[in-house]
Design a protein. Sequence first.
Lengths: 364, 364, 357, 357
Amino acid sequence: MRGRQQFSIHFLQYLNAQGKLDLPLPEWITDTPLLLTIYENMVQARLLDQKAVALQRTGQMGTYPSTLGQEAISVCTGLAMAKHDVLVPYYRDAPAQIIRGMSPAEVFIYWGGDERGGNLNRTSRDLPICVPIATQLTQAAGVATALKIKGEEGVVVVSCGDGATSKGDFMEAMNLAGVWDLPIVFIINNNRWAISVPLAQQTRAATLAQKAIAAGIEGLQVDGNDPIAVYDAISKAIQRARENQQPALIEALSYRLCDHTTADDASRYRDADELKAHWQEEPLLRFQQFLHQQGLWDAEREKALQQRCQQVIDTAVAEYLALETEPPGAIIDYLHAFLPHALETQRAEIMLKSHAINSREDQK
Amino acid sequence: MRGRQQFSIHFLQYLNAQGKLDLPLPEWITDTPLLLTIYENMVQARLLDQKAVALQRTGQMGTYPSTLGQEAISVCTGLAMAKHDVLVPYYRDAPAQIIRGMSPAEVFIYWGGDERGGNLNRTSRDLPICVPIATQLTQAAGVATALKIKGEEGVVVVSCGDGATSKGDFMEAMNLAGVWDLPIVFIINNNRWAISVPLAQQTRAATLAQKAIAAGIEGLQVDGNDPIAVYDAISKAIQRARENQQPALIEALSYRLCDHTTADDASRYRDADELKAHWQEEPLLRFQQFLHQQGLWDAEREKALQQRCQQVIDTAVAEYLALETEPPGAIIDYLHAFLPHALETQRAEIMLKSHAINSREDQK
Amino acid sequence: MSANLPASSQTVTGPATASTRASTDTTTEAETKDCVLVEAINMALHYEMAHDPTVVVLGEDVASNGGVFRATLDLQQAFGAERVRDTPLAEGLIAGLSVGMATQGLKPIAEIQFMGFMFAALEQLICHAARMRNRTRGRLTCPLVVRMPFGGGIHAPEHHSESTEALLAHIPGLRVVIPSSATRAYGLLLAAIREPDPVIFLEPKRIYRAQAQRICNDGQALPLDTCFTLREGEDLSLISWGALISECTQVADQLHEQGISVELIDVATVSPLDMTTILQSVAKTGRCVIAHEAPKSGGIGGEIAAQLAEHALLDLKAPVLRVAGYDTVMPYAKKEALYLPGVEDIHSAIQEVLAFG
Amino acid sequence: MSANLPASSQTVTGPATASTRASTDTTTEAETKDCVLVEAINMALHYEMAHDPTVVVLGEDVASNGGVFRATLDLQQAFGAERVRDTPLAEGLIAGLSVGMATQGLKPIAEIQFMGFMFAALEQLICHAARMRNRTRGRLTCPLVVRMPFGGGIHAPEHHSESTEALLAHIPGLRVVIPSSATRAYGLLLAAIREPDPVIFLEPKRIYRAQAQRICNDGQALPLDTCFTLREGEDLSLISWGALISECTQVADQLHEQGISVELIDVATVSPLDMTTILQSVAKTGRCVIAHEAPKSGGIGGEIAAQLAEHALLDLKAPVLRVAGYDTVMPYAKKEALYLPGVEDIHSAIQEVLAFG
Ligand SMILES: Cc1ncc(C[n+]2csc(CCOP(=O)(O)OP(=O)(O)O)c2C)c(N)n1
Ligand SMILES: Cc1ncc(C[n+]2csc(CCOP(=O)(O)OP(=O)(O)O)c2C)c(N)n1
Ligand SMILES: [Mg+2]
Ligand SMILES: [Mg+2]
């Protein structure tokens, strides 16, 4: 006997690199405010990102991973989610986090080396940024399980990079989402590089979306530089997850126009021509052209937007630079709900040491 | 733009549960000695397995994982491999290991709680049994990489259970095999249960073979109770791996007719009717019927075979029971190539303690 | 904004701690039963699942099979498939799932089938469970329990007999708790579940079915972060935990007959360590032997001895000896008796310490 | 059939060990160069790849990028894409691959990008690398090296600054080696590669680019399993390893000016421990301070102090103090100076010990 099972993976793109339409637009496209919001958030994201890089370069912040060129994915993620959904972000998702209520200053605070950068306005139940690659994925499955057990209607959106798909956690989480019918959307920012390792050395799979087949769940590949395709795919996947408790994987094809982080120098391993070519596909300009074509955007609006963004950034920088040092005890006080007796002596030592450090610094 | 990628997974079966042909036989089927060797090794495997269970039940051996009903997979694995290939087995692969030269007594020695059960006749470069589920898979990828780097033409065959496919290592290894073009064949013994967890709770994927799609490598599902299909699939996959340095995944559908191990009681969680139904599909009887139909087998041959097998088993049991206790220093002497200075005192303590234990036991 | 209060000093008889502070049920009639250790664990799980709807049990074979040691017996029947879940076979997943659930107000109790299979779970436990509260400055917390059977002596196959508690104990933010009797298993597991932070609960499987004890199923927790002084004595402090407590007790009995009085301390929470109790004991006895199954080098015994070398040097009348596993891989069943510390090993270490000076 | 010979006692000046026994190249002219620590590592890798065709380098970003710290710079150019390989992003895979390769006669040198990402690799290292020889009674061996940058002080993001060497040091079968200077990095890495068993090689990244040293690229290994006594002294033994050696040296200098003579010992191989050297030192000085970056509880300092409490009680004129990280999660960059032991901490611990009794 010979039987056969068939599987397929679709690729979705509305706007091509020239901002021209390849497909009839989806129904929601008549929602002009939404289109503008997408654009505005992308611009905001890019400018904030530039500022973060500048702060690092001037020694005012630590190592920072830029989102340059990948704004469409994170912005559409943030905008497609409902407030009661839960975001489990990775480290290029500041735009989504900010849309969901994180103060822009937290970006600087976190990458400035201060734990308060993970406090996300105190009450959010979104998870903080996750540094160990791919570990957020199984946690996201846990969050989705919790929502399901508690009978809440929220959906979990979790993101990762292309490199992260090689780590076992990615498959473990997707596989579970399939078996347990979890309301979860997995989003891959496939920016083609994991530090210096190009996609072709990460996997031989023709698409990352087809990894969903291994878990028996739906997978879709979208042009991650096309905000319409990205928003369309994510919002529909969230809707299906909400209504049918069905997980999905979305691979968004983008390109890392920046170095991996400010500690990296991509010119060591990446072809300048490749980089240049991908600048032709980046999402901001493409979407701006589209909005122009639709009569929704002009130079004046652009100028006003830039000003608004600058204000947000100025406020964020001011907040960051004005932030008072956290008391020294904080490094041990948040370890447990209650300080264990065994740590009392060490806590006292920390206070003394802090005092000594401060006096030394005062003397300088 | 909408694009589409297509993938398919085939199912292969020659002999159905009644030992009847479903497909024209493959070309190698004219190799009568091979057909008989497959059968004889399956019978040998089953009888040795029975003896192992009996030894455990009578307190002469420790916990043991039976291969009952899954003999076709391991036997065909062993037979399809060339001597210079490398086997990276899991704990239901004693039949393959024995075909590749392991002394049958080692099965008892290993599960009797003695490290010498992993010595595989001293010179083999096959890996020993692997207890932590799925961890053998990335090792197998390492073995295949080594063969490739050294320019050897061997192929690696690695096996695991259905449960193991949920552990990240499985995907990590397959993915790498794809990127690095490794000569490796992954074989899943899908016996439908992982201790008490049925396949449906392990994954939602319709087949395990389709997990290969995630790695961009070839996947095939075969009837694991049909030795012809199993041998055909494995030997062809090995050939492709050898000639083209191409990895493949083979899912062999079987059924665990036994408890998980002798420490398990499957009647607690498994339906008696399900078990009974699967007895109708088991590989030995099916293949015997086929050989009968082909005029290759009769009662007399069966009787002679049983006797030969019994002799092998008797020898193995005798060897096992006669095995002298390993010297006490062995528990530390094999840790490193050379005993570190820091361990010399402990080694002396071990010798003293062994002496004390022995004198206490002598006094009893 | 600090969520922290100074903790009260925790002694056996001391004031309520974080865990005992949680309310226990006093309205229904509490049943009393003879239980072995694994039954006590099962009873505590039933109790807490009945009283706290946020408790969820997950792991391999914990549902219809009731756990390979039956620790989760009948939980799924009693509390349903939503709250008692078999996971796919992936320890990293089990841990990650638990972290995720815990951040959203559930109290996952995960089982790792054997401690030897915990390694794939460590990334989640070390990088996330132990840090979630700190990383979010108290916004999200991670109140989970990971149960694992551990230790040797049951003639199990490879990887089923190790004692690697020291790896966990070195991780700030993880509590590591080990019961040594049915009673303490019941009370400490309840405390672990009620603890607002992650607790690793290690179950000495060699004594899973040893001596039954009468337990009142009243939901009464025992304090964490506290040693239990099982027997008071004047001549020597014998410090241990888990299954070895029974060998220690035997030795203490033998010595008692010879007129030697041993103070036997069950550490119970091996991290954070209650050194107050141990230091007080050694201040009295001046002599100390520590016994554990784990390899000697880098074991928790070393931490205890080091603290004695720091804080009790003048009290010590003799070297601090550790009776422990050798610094080699746990041998397979045939030689595990050679590896595991036994009554004689403890006995002779004590004799050596008593004979000193 | 035992493959083992009794090891010779290993001291700095002692006879050749397993690793130094391996032949070194003496025919070609050896180049001499000023190197910082990370360059010394790179030089050792180049040397050994050139002289041993079985050596293979693998990890994330080790190939075209030359490693995020440039430790594997130009290796791929020099030795090709077969022997210098970027892996997909999966530490468990990197470790499993290395184990598999090592069983087949290669010598993999794996890089884990930062020690904070080693946890997914632990299952392979603990369950397999450390056990392959033992499990097969010497039939298969596992001569691999896992290199990992570790430790704090470079203002790196979360998870990039921890020191969890104690977890590895507690695993029988794993050697754990930590250089504290460019010279020792060169010699110890060569020894690690030539060792016939697995070695974890931890690189103190804070001093990757500190003080350059003149190194002769002659392939000469330094002995493993041996402390290096960096400076002899009479008044106190100061024991440390890795980056903190430089703070310890500063303190020893300061004290020297005050007429206090400190014996400074770089442990170098933190497992197995060369206690012979440490005990001899403490027998002479009677006082001991141990310094490490890892959290104090359960750190390797505890093992050293415990062995002193066992073997040197009568030698000790003062408590053994440990200067270490606090038992809390490594804080982010802004507060790492508060966390990390510094010159003043070591200084005041020594003062306390000297003032005692
Ligand atoms: C477990 C783990 N291993 C290694 C690293 C170091 N590291 C940080 S980012 C990165 C590459 C990630 O690539 P990808 O997943 O494609 O995400 P991208 O940064 O490209 O968005 C690596 C290797 C890490 N953070 N965690
Ligand atoms: C990492 C790990 N986790 C858990 C176990 C305990 N265990 C042993 S066998 C088994 C089930 C394996 O099922 P499967 O992969 O289907 O193989 P089968 O035994 O059915 O052949 C489990 C959970 C283990 N050995 N290793
Ligand atoms: Mg990427
Ligand atoms: Mg199975």
